[in-house]
Design a protein around this ligand. Structure first.
Ligand SMILES: N[C@@H](CCC(=O)N[C@@H](CS)C(=O)NCC(=O)O)C(=O)O
Length: 192
């Protein structure tokens, strides 16, 4: 999404997780945790999407996706940290137990679903409180904070979890704005 926001073309190398390519020696040399994405640019090799996004925003031309002030940057860091620690792990649990396991004929764990819904409800409530005050999570322009929440919010909507999101008026407005962006349409992927 960041690359589309910046309008910068890039060469992608596909690491096929379904075939275990993320555990190959070649990929583990890039990321010892065996995860994607990894960025390679001008001799730099870096993993973890928030770090990659920060770097890309810093080196690429195009609209700034980080605020100019320390206070603004702190607010973005606050939300990207919430995204990594409190949002993505639970969103992943919901997608796994509501979509992927049933698709494979396996039984979902209702306790995991209940816990994930409770944790995500708290995150969406905090986002709504912020979005009552500003158009986007870290002010009135789109930043890396907003972009970081889009992929898994999209997966949650595909996993029939609309009520978690759309119960909130401002979150609904934020989602409409984010989902109209070209970077979202470019990223759109069915859960697989
Ligand atoms: N915290 C990491 C999470 C990355 C992540 O979970 N990537 C998934 C694909 S979306 C992955 O590599 N899964 C393979 C695995 O964990 O074995 C980031 O933000 O980059």
């Amino acid at each position: 999404m960041v690359l589309v926001e910046k309008d910068v073309p890039v060469a992608f190398e596909n690491v096929d997780i379904s075939r275990g390519a993320h555990h190959s020696d070649a990929h583990l040399a890039r990321n010892p945790f065996g995860r994607i994405p990894v960025l390679e640019h001008r001799g730099l090799q870096v993993y973890e999407s928030q770090a990659i996004n920060r770097y890309l925003d810093g080196v690429l031309p195009g609209p700034a996706l980080m605020p100019a002030t320390p206070a603004g940057r702190a607010v973005v860091d606050q939300w990207t940290s919430i995204q990594s620690c409190d949002f993505q792990p639970h969103a992943r649990d919901l997608v796994l137990h509501k979509v992927l396991l049933p698709r494979m004929g396996a039984q979902p764990d209702m306790a995991v679903i209940g816990n994930a819904e409770e944790k995500l409800t708290a995150v969406f409530h905090a986002m709504e409180t912020q979005l009552e005050r500003s158009d986007y999570l870290a002010g009135d322009t789109v930043t890396l904070a907003d972009l970081s929440f889009v992929p898994y919010t999209d997966f949650l909507l595909q996993a029939q979890c609309e009520s978690l999101v759309f119960v909130h008026k401002n979150l609904r407005r934020w989602w409409c704005a984010m989902s109209l962006r070209e970077s979202y349409r470019n990223m759109l992927r069915p859960i697989s």
